[in-house]
Design a protein around this ligand. Structure first.
Ligand code: NAD
Ligand code: ZN
Length: 344
């Protein structure tokens, strides 16, 4: 089968031929219908050799939707031909976090050699994907597979971050979204669907700012040093009750820390290595900062329900698998608005 692999640190991903995997006990083989392209893939391919945590070659793609094609030995609840979304942050399945469905926060998976597809295990940018366990699958229902694939991360990650801040996002509140890319443009829609907050989106790219407006941001602001002042003006000098930083670099975390209000919350979702110091005189009183990772299995189910009602739609551009290396190149240059989705 064809697969998109990152083969050597520092080199571009390649389309290669590999064997179709055989499902072992408890495993499921999916025929991949669609795989989303995440900025985290670019981050992974930017890591230096001495820091690189995964074995190479690595088949990319941690946002996957597929149709069940075969089962390994054992009893199964799904049937061949079922269309499913893949919950990506695979945990050990048995610890307390996993039993809460918070496999994204399993403390054992890493040391047990359990990795998410595309982030250690062979990923979804291939004709077939091997899934560890049936519990990682969520039925897709009538959702379009290409639009649904990014929900498993570009949707789930903002959903998880936003859900935690819902108690703060009461009528009259403001939510700021920094970075209206793959995650951010879904985050804006989730904020509109789940809250009555004023949604202020920031980006540095005109095309992304237009998309932010189209998907429901009440206001868009250029993300520069003057952004906190603009947020202040839009909130009668108060600031935002919740700030979602989908970039997370030094510039955006600075903006986030200057936009948040007293008792507000900042979620640093982007992995741009920005940090926010907390202590007296740094942030408004009781402002809280967190760095959430992905989301829970239950939240993926909730999100697919929400998408089923049409409350959130990923803006997608789809490409054949053979073109993936060039699409990564365009993505790297900021030329993809919404999400690029690979269709093997
Ligand atoms: P993306 O490239 O689709 O979107 C990033 C957006 O940020 C783009 O619209 C870009 O124009 C904008 N941007 C860049 N610099 C900016 C700045 N200084 N101010 C405002 N906007 C700026 O990326 P994505 O796939 O949405 O991923 C976003 C980030 O989230 C990445 O760092 C990714 O690695 C990370 N991520 C984290 C998790 C998690 O679990 N925490 C999960 C998925 C992705
Ligand atoms: Zn991702």
């Amino acid at each position: 089968m064809k697969a998109v692999q990152y083969r050597r640190v520092g080199s571009s991903p390649e389309v290669v031929d590999v064997d179709i995997p055989e499902p072992g006990p408890g495993e499921i083989l999916l025929k991949v219908d669609a795989a989303g392209m995440c900025h985290s893939d670019l981050a992974v391919m930017g890591w230096p050799a001495e820091q690189f945590p995964y074995r190479l070659p690595l088949t990319l793609g941690h946002e996957g939707v597929g149709t069940i094609s075969a089962f390994g030995p054992g009893r199964h609840r799904y049937s061949e031909g079922d269309r499913v979304a893949v919950y990506g942050p695979w945990g050990c399945g048995l610890c307390r976090m996993c039993s809460y469905g918070k496999e994204n926060y399993c403390r054992y998976a890493g040391r047990m050699g359990i990795n998410p597809p595309g982030l250690g295990a062979p990923g979804a940018m291939a004709e077939y994907l091997l899934v560890d366990d049936e519990r990682h699958l969520v039925p897709l229902g009538d959702l379009d597979p290409v639009e649904a694939a990014p929900l498993t991360d570009a949707g789930l990650t903002p959903y998880h971050a936003i859900k935690k801040s819902l108690p703060k996002l009461v009528p009259g509140s403001t939510a700021a979204v920094i970075g209206a890319g793959g995650l951010g443009h879904v985050g804006i829609q989730l904020l509109r669907a789940l809250t009555s907050a004023q949604v202020v989106a920031m980006d540095i790219n005109d095309q992304k700012m237009e998309l932010a407006e189209r998907v429901g941001a009440h206001r868009t602001i250029r993300s520069d040093d003057s952004a906190p002042e603009a947020v202040s003006e839009l909130t009668d000098g108060k600031g935002a009750e919740a700030v979602f930083d989908f970039v997370g670099n030094a510039a955006t975390t600075r903006i986030a820390s200057r936009c948040v209000t007293t008792e507000g919350e900042i979620a640093i979702v982007g992995v741009g290595e920005g940090t926010i110091p907390v202590g007296f005189g740094t942030l408004p009183f009781e402002a809280a900062v967190s760095a959430p990772y992905w989301g829970t299995r239950g939240e993926l189910m909730e999100l697919l329900e929400l998408a089923g009602h049409g409350s959130v739609r990923v803006h997608v551009d789809s490409f054949p698998l053979e073109e993936t290396p060039q699409v990564y190149e365009r993505f790297h240059h900021g030329e993809i608005a919404g999400r690029a989705v690979i269709v093997p």
